[in-house]
Design a protein around this ligand. Structure first.
Ligand code: SAH
Length: 261
């Protein structure tokens, strides 16, 4: 595997082979000298055999769109514009998404965990200012704007995500302040009643102070994007901020921390 990564593979899959064998599926951009180059690189493993298989060009965005179905997450009915009209139950909030390239169609466990926490928080008093760090498709920021009808600021360091989120906000007819930037560094201290951060365990741990700083006393911090196996570590890192409560969905976990007054 190390040799294949060094040779520039774009992805690797390990599959069981015949007894005593393993099949490594390594993806490469097609090139004239590829097989010869790999033959040379793998010469150190005399038993390795290379077989070239061509992979058809796939339009992943189209494929995701085709497989996308309306889904209910708590009080949210998540659907694409082409699913409309849809019948809604009382109290249900329609959240429109156009699955594109940015993360956040609402199908991932980490996004769903955040949406559930958001619903719960809003039920006890709608946050006046919400910050969404790592907004991706903008789904959490849009959900907060729909549910709370108060200002929402959303940050991402990926310009494509910002562009996508702008489009999705328009689709939902909500106004979100979108910022292209790194984490929460640029934001005013104690300015937000709710901070949402669906990132990753290492990033949440590294950015602990940065995520806590914009939060007002008594405000809620929702952390997600990590596995249940990492919950204890994330919980311990944020324990000094205030009392916390966790949720899990499959292998994934999320944590809600209230900043002590
Ligand atoms: N909030 C969405 C998307 C989460 S995916 C949801 O809940 O579904 C995480 C997003 O964080 C990605 O869009 C990624 O570009 C962004 N991100 C990662 N590191 C970041 C950083 N340092 N600063 C800002 N955004 C970041």
């Amino acid at each position: 595997m190390a040799i294949l990564w060094e040779a520039g593979t774009q992805g690797l899959e390990v599959q069981p082979g015949a007894p005593g064998c393993v099949v490594l599926l390594a993806y490469f951009p097609a090139g004239p000298a590829l097989e010869q180059q790999l033959d040379q690189a793998l010469a150190v493993i005399p038993t390795a055999r290379i077989e070239a298989v061509s992979v058809p060009e796939v339009d992943w965005v189209a494929q995701v769109r085709q497989g996308f179905r309306p889904a209910r997450v708590g009080c949210f009915l998540i659907a694409a514009p082409w699913h409309l009209p849809l019948s809604r139950e009382a109290g249900e909030t329609l959240l429109l998404v156009e699955p594109g390239r940015a993360f956040g169609t609402g199908t991932h466990e980490s996004t769903r965990l955040c949406l559930r926490f958001l619903q719960e928080i809003a039920a006890h008093g709608r946050p006046r200012w919400t910050l969404d760090v790592g907004t991706g498709s903008g789904i959490l920021a849009i959900a907060a704007a729909l549910l709370c009808a108060h200002p929402v600021v959303a940050v991402d360091n990926d310009p494509d995500a910002i562009e996508g989120a702008r489009h999705q906000a328009r689709l939902n007819q909500v106004d979100i302040r979108l910022l292209l930037g790194d984490g929460a560094r640029a934001l005013a201290a104690s300015a937000f009643d709710l901070v949402l951060a669906n990132l990753s365990a290492p990033l949440l741990l590294e950015r602990r102070d940065e995520l806590a700083r914009p939060l007002a006393a008594g405000g809620a911090l929702v952390l997600a994007g990590f596995l249940a196996a990492d919950l204890a570590e994330v919980q311990a890192a944020f324990a000094s901020l205030g009392p916390g409560r966790s949720r899990t969905d499959g292998e994934w976990a999320a944590l809600l921390v209230r900043k002590a007054a």
